[in-house]
Ligand binder design. Structure first.
Ligand code: UDP
Length: 329
């Protein structure tokens, strides 16, 4: 299929582009390169530099490239920032997504794969999370993703849009060959920051909260390898053939790691010690989040190749140690 990957120069999008190529599809990237990296897009893959919400530009690309399906990864992804600057998230993650969908409907493209998040669940009453549990986000990041999920449901009914919304847990790791990886500016995610503390690029790593009601007092998260995520996005294609398909899947390993466990995995993989600073909780962080992904496994045949934190961290380290400053601009 001809697949438009919106945000295809970003972290998860660029891994998905490579998986699409490996599966024999034709990816086309649309990215404004504000956070994305030209170097993350493989040679030969068309790269259209535009905003996801630029309906005219998106419409042209959809028609010119004969796009059959759109994957949407272009979103801001910082929970803490979304609490401090909600409008940034409402405009980019929600409003631009709606503009993208309007451009798709105008061009008659009715298959959509959406990057959603476990943050749509808020602070869950029970774990692991299954797709039918109540969604009550506790930060604007999660709220904007939930709002788009709800818009998608309405568009499936009104216009026969077929969509899959994948609720990611914590995307982590990098391509096994080390060619692409995670490079956010600013970086706020735990694993890359732990690498920086291990290598001395930063003096220490602050742990946000050590008084959570968890076994070691730090938050529990479900880290899932970016290539495992990407494969699910492609495995869902046959299910989008039916008009009006409205599909929701959790994607996580179901094996949570605490922040301290992540630090230990980074120390083991890098062979270096990390200086820890115990800080206060970060606003917007639930104590524990982990997935029941049996629906994706059952319906999509989704298989997790990297089930544990150490194997995920090892791939991330291969990228990070070869590119300590990221892609460079
Ligand atoms: N975290 C931390 N120190 C940092 C960055 C993150 O303790 O410098 C914690 C954060 O509070 C959360 C976990 O690491 O409990 C994962 O956060 P991250 O930002 O990597 O992903 P998120 O869960 O926000 O998507």
């Amino acid at each position: 299929m001809n697949v438009l990957v919106v945000g295809g120069a970003g972290y998860i999008g660029s891994h998905c582009v490579r998986q699409l190529l490996a599966a024999g599809h034709r990816p086309v990237v649309l990215d404004n390169l504000v956070y994305g990296h030209r170097a993350a897009v493989p040679a030969g893959v068309p790269l259209h530099e535009a905003n996801a919400g630029d309906e005219a530009a998106v419409g042209r690309v959809l028609r010119d490239e004969r796009i059959e399906l759109v994957m949407h990864f272009a979103a801001y992804c910082y929970v803490g920032e979304s609490v401090k600057d909600p409008l940034k998230y409402y405009f980019n993650n929600e409003f631009a997504a709606l503009q993208l969908l309007r451009a798709m409907l105008a061009a008659g493209v009715k298959k959509f794969v959406f990057s959603s998040t476990c943050a749509t669940y808020g602070t869950p009453a029970t774990l692991p999370l299954v797709e039918t549990m109540p969604q009550a986000p506790i930060n604007p990041y999660g709220q904007t993703k939930l709002d788009v999920e709800n818009a998608l449901k309405a568009l499936a009914v009104a216009h026969g849009l077929s969509f899959a919304a994948f609720r990611y847990f914590n995307a982590a790791g990098a391509a096994e060959d080390g060619a692409i990886g995670e490079d956010h500016t600013p970086e706020t995610h735990l694993i890359p920051l732990a690498f920086d503390a291990a290598t001395g690029r930063r003096p220490s790593l602050e742990i946000f909260g050590t008084d959570y009601p968890t076994p070691d007092g730090t938050c529990l998260r479900d880290y899932v390898h970016v290539d495992d995520l990407s494969r699910a996005h492609i495995a869902v294609f046959p299910r989008l053939a039916a008009p009006g398909a409205a599909l929701f899947y959790n994607l996580g390993t179901g094996r949570p790691a605490s922040n301290r466990e992540v630090v230990r995995a980074v120390e083991k993989v890098t062979g270096r010690k990390i200086k820890l600073v115990e800080g206060p909780r970060r606003p917007g962080d639930p104590p524990a989040l982990y997935a029941d992904s049996s629906k994706a496994q059952r319906e999509l045949g989704w298989q997790i190749k990297f089930p544990d934190i150490e194997s995920i961290v090892a791939t991330a380290w291969k990228w990070h140690s070869a590119h300590p400053g990221g892609y460079g601009k």
